[in-house]
Design a protein around this ligand. Structure first.
Ligand code: E4P
Length: 214
């Protein structure tokens, strides 16, 4: 499974990228806004200088024309840009047009398997079901993720499934278990995934024993 980081914070991206495990980055308008006073396209350009894998940058427009125009502008920033498009009817049309021009797309705000199927049919490179937000409203986010993975496998659809809106390490584990192609993981969840008290305890003991050697 590929691991993306879900952030627009340059320092967070640099730190996790140094682990040598990062396959890509996803951003969204809320994550960019959180960085405060930064130019959207400048942040995206900076990220492309750090990570060579796919970098998702989301459009703000909601008509097909706006999304296609913005998508082309974003895609021109670097070869590894993926244009993130919301799953609305005008968005499906934008995905069809952008994919016909060879521009990669990530269809976002996906909350059902039917929406994911439509995105794949429109030619999306990636779909992003939001498992955490589904859990928030009492649905089983991972069950919907699993349905999408199964359907894409059954029909041999090329669209890759990004498990998104991940809230904790268990979400990453469950996404891996059901066969998501990618998990896009917030910085704090990466930091939780890497630690285990028995690792720290074991290392401390190894080093103490080494110091005691004869
Ligand atoms: C994915 O691409 C989205 O940016 C993200 O995972 C949304 O997560 P949230 O529900 O924590 O905002």
């Amino acid at each position: 499974m590929k691991l993306f980081i879900d952030t627009a914070n340059i320092e967070e991206i640099k730190e996790i990228n140094q682990w040598g495990i990062l396959d890509g980055v996803t951003t969204n308008p809320s994550l960019i806004a959180k960085e405060g006073g930064v130019e959207f396209e400048d942040v995206i350009a900076s990220i492309t200088e750090i990570v060579s894998g796919p970098i998702s940058a989301e459009v703000i427009g909601t008509t097909t024309e706006e999304m296609v125009e913005e998508g082309k502008r974003l895609a021109a920033i670097a070869d590894n840009i993926v244009v993130k498009i919301p799953l609305i009817p005008s968005g499906l049309n934008a995905v069809s047009q952008l994919s016909a021009e060879g521009i990669k797309t990530n269809v976002t705000l996906v909350f059902s398997a039917n929406q994911a199927l439509l995105a794949a049919k429109a030619g999306a490179t990636y779909v992003s079901p939001f498992i955490g937000r589904l859990d928030d409203i009492g649905s089983e986010g991972v069950d919907i993720l699993e349905d999408i993975v199964d359907i894409f496998y059954t029909y041999d659809l090329n669209t890759e499934v990004i498990s998104a809106s991940i809230r904790h390490p268990q979400h990453v584990l469950e996404s891996a278990r059901v066969g998501a192609d990618i998990a896009t993981i917030p910085y704090d969840v990466f930091k939780k995934m890497v630690v285990h008290p028995k690792t720290d305890e074991g290392l401390e003991k190894f080093l103490a024993d080494w110091e005691q050697r004869e």
